[in-house]
Design a protein around this ligand. Structure first.
Ligand code: ADP
Length: 251
């Protein structure tokens, strides 16, 4: 049937994509084992929603009950959206690994912080969002879209992995030869067993929790790859009640 053919086509396209990623990741500094692990993890992550989509496509073929059909298509939408953002993240990681150049221009980090907090406030009004900015703009040379993604990923984490009522503070300042952005939250903190590997790809809290929070486990590794492409650093300290990410970018 058409649905089956299309799901098959998606599977073929994914295989091709994974092949490209394997090539892009085959940089000298990565061991063969790391590449294999990454491709295995990526395949697994993509196969899970694909299996769900396939199941619901099959169900909707057999079942013509409109309510069930609507339910199945709703699930297909959710899973395809999830897959699309996963593929987007994987492609970006592969491009960064391949050393693709950034689109470097002057970026005002204060404005970027303010815009990101405004967005966060709209998405999660049940958290308290605070901004601490100096009066003057903080301008660095960087890729605005990518840096926006770093800040968004960190704010999304601060919202997703903490309960309502958590206070998230975004502060920016100019230090000696770098601009420093810190994102602090007073939530429960990153589980101790996760902490040493949290910047590694696909590291995240248990899958049961993740399915409700919707993460892919790529957010922090992407944030770090983008930061490194800017010759910056992204560091972290986390204890219950005090989680801080510090992004330092050369001025
Ligand atoms: P995910 O897509 O799961 O958010 P990330 O790489 O962005 O993947 O984060 C990895 C894991 O680190 C998360 O699954 C979560 O368990 C933990 N984490 C990240 N940020 C926070 C935070 N601010 N508070 C508590 N836990 C966090």
């Amino acid at each position: 049937t058409d649905e089956h053919t299309e799901v098959g086509q998606v599977a073929v396209a994914l295989n091709t994509l994974l092949g490209h990623m394997e090539n892009a990741l085959d940089a000298r500094h990565r061991s063969e084992q790391q590449v294999r692990q990454f491709v295995a993890d990526a395949s697994h992550e993509l196969r899970t929603p694909l299996t769900t989509i396939h199941g619901y496509a099959q169900l909707s073929l057999r079942q013509r009950d409109p309510e069930l059909y609507g339910h199945a298509m709703g699930k297909v939408m959710v899973e395809t959206t999830r897959m699309a953002s996963l593929v987007e993240d994987l492609l970006l990681l592969a491009r960064l690994d391949a050393g693709r150049p950034l689109d470097r221009r002057p970026v005002d980090l204060s404005r970027l912080a303010r815009d990101s907090v405004t967005d966060a406030q709209i998405v999660a009004p049940s958290h308290h969002w605070e901004l601490e900015l100096p009066p003057d703009p903080i301008v660095i040379i960087g890729d605005e879209q990518r840096l926006h993604q770093v800040v968004t990923n960190l704010l999304t984490n601060a919202r997703r992995h903490t309960p309502a009522g958590t206070t998230v503070t975004v502060a920016a300042k100019l230090a000696d030869d770098s601009a420093v952005l810190t994102i602090h939250d007073d939530g429960p903190g990153i589980p101790a067993d996760l902490l040493p590997n949290v910047f590694q790809r696909f590291t995240r809290a248990d899958t049961a929790r993740t399915s409700t929070t919707g993460g892919t486990g790529l957010g922090l590794s992407l944030a770090q790859s983008i930061t490194h492409a800017h010759n910056g650093t992204l560091t972290l300290s986390s204890t219950p009640g005090n989680t801080s990410f510090t992004l330092a970018l050369p001025t």
